[in-house]
Design a binder for this molecule. Structure first.
Ligand SMILES: NC(=O)c1ccc[n+]([C@@H]2O[C@H](COP(=O)([O-])OP(=O)(O)OC[C@H]3O[C@@H](n4cnc5c(N)ncnc54)[C@H](OP(=O)(O)O)[C@@H]3O)[C@@H](O)[C@H]2O)c1
Length: 386
């Protein structure tokens, strides 16, 4: 039977790759609904190709234009539009491929409506991991990881009781071999030039600071119910080993393949089955030049350390970390602040914050809002905006 899928963030890096996977899987999926932000021309192409029943966009203005062009389509907009799509009655799976803070509310809505989730948006678990995982259990909803590291762990983990360590690999990002002084002066072009992965801008900047790996440690803690002390980060520049689990008997199981998001996306879509899909070429070990591994340099990449500290603190500490980091990254991408300011500002906001332990969802959302405003004020004071 065909699965009905909703893709939130269909015009982004994960969203477009999800549609490529669906194309390759031919008759296995109906694309029921698509949500985009502002890329209306790409969304229009997707509407014409996949014929969804409903779509959602960022603004009312774009929604009106689409309704005029496609009168039979249900068109929604804004935050509420995303939540509408997350609860569409005949949907079996919601792919949450939105960037940043936009993932949390529709994910919660999908859970409350008993829809299984393919979760690419790690910020959802960093903002409110305890709440999301608890709710998913309560409603009997599966959260299928799309992040390649978490998909790797999900594929290797067959005995939670015997689990000793999760080993999260990281390419080290574009500045692995640069000095601290060089990294501090990095411009937008070099930051966005990731060696192994082509991704959306926010995650690419996070990969350069290694905040991305820190967010992934927090994500792994929530998804796999494991203590922070049992999560190891290892730099593996080739990105062939996507992550691994170590069991109490010393056995280590790793998931290996070429760096491609198609494989984790496809596994989330077809789970528990494995189908022949878009990646048809076998991995050739004889051509995999090297498998190298290093300790992360926490002094050169202090964001990773800060994220793990926030994770260990718990409660809204990670909500604060996520909000301050995201606003700083957006300001960097807008050309307002320097690359090194991203960490400095995030750290300053984080250090002045008193977290709430065991917060309600309302508290998480209001703290998130408050911290974002505080971060923007701090940025404006640095760049001299009144
Ligand atoms: N890319 C990867 O390889 C990768 C790997 C692992 C995990 N992830 C995670 O997956 C998530 C998505 O990453 P990405 O790289 O695919 O990001 P991306 O390329 O920037 O795509 C983000 C998507 O969200 C949409 N969007 C943004 N703001 C919106 C709003 N206000 N309302 C509705 N839609 C909005 C964008 O629409 P428009 O473009 O139309 O504005 C786009 O479709 C992130 O959480 C990231 O950490 C990504």
């Amino acid at each position: 039977m065909k699965k009905n899928i909703v893709i939130l963030g269909s015009t982004g890096s994960i969203g477009t790759q999800t549609l490529e996977v669906i194309d390759a899987l031919d008759n296995n999926f109906n694309v029921t609904a698509l949500a985009a932000g502002s890329n209306i021309s790409l969304l229009s192409e997707q509407i014409e190709k996949y014929k969804p029943k409903s779509v959602s966009v960022k603004t009312n203005e774009d929604a009106q234009k689409l309704k005029f062009k496609y009168p039979d389509l249900n068109v929604y907009w804004g935050e509420e539009g995303l939540s509408e799509l997350a609860q569409i009655e005949d949907a079996n799976l919601i792919m949450v491929a939105l960037s940043g803070k936009h993932g949390l509310k529709p994910t919660l809505k999908a859970i409350e409506n008993k829809k299984d989730i393919a979760l690419a948006n790690k910020e959802t678990l960093v903002m409110a991991g305890d709440m999301v995982v608890h709710k998913a259990k309560e409603y009997g909803v599966k959260i299928l990881p799309v992040d390649s590291e978490h998909s790797a762990i999900f594929q290797c983990l067959n005995n939670q009781k015997a689990l000793k360590y999760l080993i999260l690999t990281s390419s080290g990002g574009p500045f692995r071999n640069k000095s601290y002084e060089e990294i501090k002066k990095a411009d937008i072009k070099s930051v966005l030039n990731h060696p192994n992965w082509s991704m959306g801008k926010k995650i690419t900047v996070d990969s350069a600071t290694l905040m991305n790996k820190g967010l992934e440690v927090i994500e792994a803690h929530h998804l796999f119910n494991i203590d922070y002390d049992n999560i190891k980060v290892v730099i593996h520049p080739q990105s062939y080993i996507h992550s691994a689990v170590e069991y109490c008997d010393g056995s280590i199981i790793a998931q290996i393949g070429k760096p491609s998001m198609h494989i984790p996306i496809q596994y989330a879509l077809t789970y528990p089955d494995r189908l022949e899909g878009i990646e048809t070429e076998s991995f050739d070990f004889t051509k995999a030049v090297k498998f190298e591994f290093y300790e992360p340099d926490y002094d050169k990449f202090p964001s990773l350390k800060l994220a793990i500290e926030a994770g260990k603190c718990g409660g809204t500490a990670t909500t604060c970390l996520n909000a301050a980091n995201e606003e700083s990254v957006l300001s960097f991408l807008a050309g307002k602040i320097k690359f090194s300011d991203i960490y400095d500002i995030t750290k300053k906001v984080y250090d002045s914050y008193k977290p709430i332990l065991n917060p309600s969802i309302e508290q998480i959302l209001s703290e998130d809002d408050k911290i974002r405003k505080q971060t923007i004020e701090l940025i404006n004071s640095i760049v001299g905006v009144k």
